[in-house]
Each structure stands twice: as structure tokens, then as C-alpha cells.
Design a protein around this ligand. Structure first.
Ligand code: PLP
Length: 401
């Protein structure tokens, strides 16, 4: 089974892609009490829990202000507008991101300019980004893909050279760290998603804009609330209804104190995967490289099934599926090749690294609460599948044990 619906639970020897039951079991009673408290207060829209979460999450991330919105996509669209990015402005983004980054830019009215990624880390290629800068370029959106931040120093150097605003897409990188900085504290602003399977996930949709600038926060607050600065007084024509739900904020506020531990658990599983997979490098299985050590929060654990591998990615995914191990592909089609965005005028072949990676990447099960035994089960199946003959299987199993 692939990971179309990630909110599944494990049975017998199966390994789900994501299992949220473990984290919810720990705080079930508190969740019920928090939901009951919102019910009895009745502050369902922009209630107390929203403000509390905005303050707590901004502080934990090293940012000045937080503004809760309905989802991560809105955090990008409204946040860019609040930063003054719009019509005629070019915004750089990696082409191998989730389509929401692109949708957010288009909604702000700005012109998206795709950039290729680094082959080993799958992160925005900063040299390619520099080459794509024109006189109209106003901003760069580094996507902290899979839970790993784009280098803050590299980003800042690029931004300073070309007077660009940095707007982080941190939807997959809650409390990720690199070079002593947390996701959300590097740029002028950053967008987070609280989609249930994210590292910090709600029990529905949710998102937040973090920013260092009070004015950007204030404008986003207005944009999320029909463009009103106070009730029935509207100053922003692009205003909409996009508020983080109070019930969701209450649940997120309960989970936040656990987040560092949960991220650490993900990192431990990733290290175990890395250790065991090292024996498969010569067989063309390469994990996406971690350049940020324990700062990588592994929203996803992704390997490359390269052309050096004796079996192809589809066959490997099928082998996993036969053993009830879910996997996923993030993402199978780079943004410039999506049918909806052909009007942007990019051709196949324009981004060879991202296009190549899209054919190789495979995301393995990853969630806090996953056991090392479960990770071993995943690797055992990969080891067996990679091998065509029994003799090699034995030597590989021994090597990677
Ligand atoms: C990189 C990236 N950006 C933006 C988003 C959009 O977030 P949401 O689904 O909350 O709108 C996501 C969510 O999946 C994402 O992974």
C-alpha cells in the first residue's frame, strides 16, 4: 500500500507510512480536556488558544511574531502579500517542492521562477538560484524540504548580494536547526503547515506565519480576517477568511512541548536507517544526505533508488507493499511539469537534477513512536529486494545487520 492516506495505524507486521496513534495516546486525556475548555469558553474563532500558540510557537522557533492561519498554503500567500510581494515581482522557488509553495506565490500575484535542486540533499541549489536572479527578483523561498533547512549562511549571503527578501517555506521543518538557527528565524517571514501528519500536526488543517517584523504580522492578521484592522473597518482588498481554528490551536498547544523529543525520535530512526543502508550504497541505494546532523527533523526519510540499483523504484515499492510496508514519493512530478502550470512556459529538461530525482526518490515509513524493529523490517525487505541471487542476499544481510 502506498501512502495516499497517511493517517493509518499498524497491524501485525505491517509498517504504516505514518502512525499518529502513538502521539495521541500520550495526551488523549489532555486533548479531551482542552477541547472541552474551548467548548465551555465558546471562543471558537480567534480564541485564547490561538494567541497562546502564536506566542509559544514563535518563541520556540526564535521568531518575533506568530499569526495563526487556516493552512500552510494561506501562510505563504498571505505572508508574501504582507511582505509587500506582488504583481511584477519575481520569486525564486525550488522546482521540486510540494505544489502549495507555487500556489502561494501565484495567489500573491507574483511571478514564480523555478530553480533546480542539489542532487544529494534535494534542497534548493543556491548557485542555480543566484543564476536565476534578474532585476525583477524580489524574494527567494527556500523550502526546508523533508525537514532539513537550507543553509542559513548561504541564503543570507545570496539575499544580501541581490537585496532579496527571504521567505522560508518551513511546512516540513518545525523546530529544525542548522548553523545554530531554527526554521522560521532566518528570513523576514516563514510559513508553517499543521496538516495532521506534519511534525507538529493538528487534528485537521492549520498553519502559521512567523515573522521578525511587527508590521508583517499586523498585515497578515488583517489579511486573515477579511482585511479588517478592526471590526467592520477594512484596509486590505486582498483580505480573506483564513483563521487558525481555536480547537486546532488548543491541540497544537498541547503537542508543542513534546515536539523536540518527537523530532529527536525521528532523527534516531533516521540514523538507524542510515547505518543499515550504508551497506547498500554500492548497490545504488543512496539516502538523501543529511548536512545538518541532529538539526534535521526528518519529516520524511527519503532514499534514492538510482539506476545503479539492480531493481527499479516501482519494483522496490511493490516488494515493500507485499510485506505491508507503506512508502511514498515526494514528489513524483516536479512543479514545472504539472499540467496546471504549463502556462508558465517551462519545458521538460529545464531542471535535470529535479527531474532525475523525481524518478529515483522513495520515502520510507517515518514517525515518532516507530520502533527500530520496524525500521529493520523495512530495511530487510529492501535488502532482499535489491538482491537477485541468494548468495548476495546473505552477504548483504550480514553486511547491513
Ligand atoms: C513544502 C510545503 N509547503 C506548503 C505546504 C502547504 O501546507 P498546507 O497543506 O497546510 O496548506 C505543504 C503541506 O503539505 C508543504 O509540504
Amino acid at each position: 500500500m502506498t501512502a495516499d492516506n497517511p493517517m493509518t495505524t499498524s497491524t501485525h507486521n505491517s509498517v504504516p507510512f505514518v502512525d499518529l496513534a502513538w502521539q495521541h495516546d500520550q495526551i488523549q486525556a489532555q486533548i479531551q480536556a482542552a477541547l472541552a475548555a474551548v467548548l465551555s469558553r465558546g471562543d471558537f474563532v480567534l480564541g485564547q488558544a490561538v494567541q497562546e500558540l502564536e506566542t509559544a510557537f514563535a518563541e520556540a522557533s526564535g521568531a518575533q511574531c506568530g499569526v495563526g492561519v487556516a493552512c500552510g498554503t494561506d501562510a505563504i500567500a498571505l505572508g508574501l502579500s504582507a511582505c509587500g510581494i506582488g504583481e511584477g515581482d519575481e520569486v525564486l522557488l525550488p522546482v521540486n517542492t510540494f505544489v502549495a509553495t507555487l500556489i502561494g506565490i501565484l495567489r500573491s500575484g507574483a511571478i514564480p521562477v523555478f530553480v533546480d535542486c542539489d542532487q544529494d540533499t534535494a534542497l534548493l541549489d543556491l548557485e542555480a538560484a543566484e543564476a536565476a536572479v534578474t532585476l525583477k527578483t524580489r524574494a527567494v523561498i527556500p523550502v526546508h524540504l523533508y525537514g532539513q533547512m537550507v543553509s542559513p549562511s548561504g541564503l543570507k549571503a545570496l539575499a544580501e548580494r541581490h537585496d532579496l527578501l527571504i521567505f522560508e517555506d518551513a511546512a516540513q521543518a518545525h523546530l529544525a536547526e542548522r548553523e545554530g538557527m531554527r526554521a522560521g528565524s532566518v528570513g523576514t517571514a516563514a510559513a508553517f503547515s499543521f496538516y495532521p501528519s506534519k511534525n507538529l500536526g493538528a487534528i485537521g488543517d492549520g498553519g502559521m506565519l512567523l515573522t521578525q517584523e511587527a508590521l508583517v504580522a499586523e498585515t497578515t492578521r488583517s489579511l486573515r480576517n477579511y482585511g479588517a484592522v478592526r471590526k467592520y473597518f477594512h484596509t486590505e482588498p486582498q483580505g480573506t477568511n483564513s483563521r487558525l481554528d481555536t480547537l486546532q490551536a488548543a491541540v497544537l498547544g498541547l503537542k508543542l512541548p513534546f515536539l523536540l523529543d518527537w523530532n529527536h525520535a525521528r532523527n534516531q530512526i533516521a540514523q538507524h536507517y542510515d547505518d543499515r543502508l550504508s551497506a547498500l550504497r554500492e548497490f545504488g541505494i543512496l539516502p538523501i544526505r543529511n548536512d545538518s546532523g541532529t538539526g534535521h527533523v526528518y519529516h520524511l526519510y527519503v532514499i534514492r533508488v538510482t539506476t545503479d540499483c539492480p531493481i527499479d523504484r516501482t519494483a522496490l515499492q511493490l516488494a515493500l507493499q507485499e510485506k505491508q510496508i507503506q512508502s511514498g514519493i515526494h514528489y513524483p512530478v516536479p512543479c514545472h511539469l504539472q499540467p496546471a502550470f504549463q502556462f508558465l512556459g517551462y519545458q521538460p529538461g529545464a531542471f535535470p537534477v529535479a527531474e532525475g530525482l523525481s524518478q529515483e526518490i522513495l520515502s520510507l515509513p517515518m514517525y515518532p513512536g516507530m520502533t527500530l524493529e520496524q525500521a529493520d523490517r523495512v530495511i530487510d525487505v529492501i535488502v532482499q529486494a535489491v538482491n537477485q541471487d541468494t548468495a548476495t542476499t546473505e552477504s548483504l544481510t550480514a553486511l547491513s545487520a
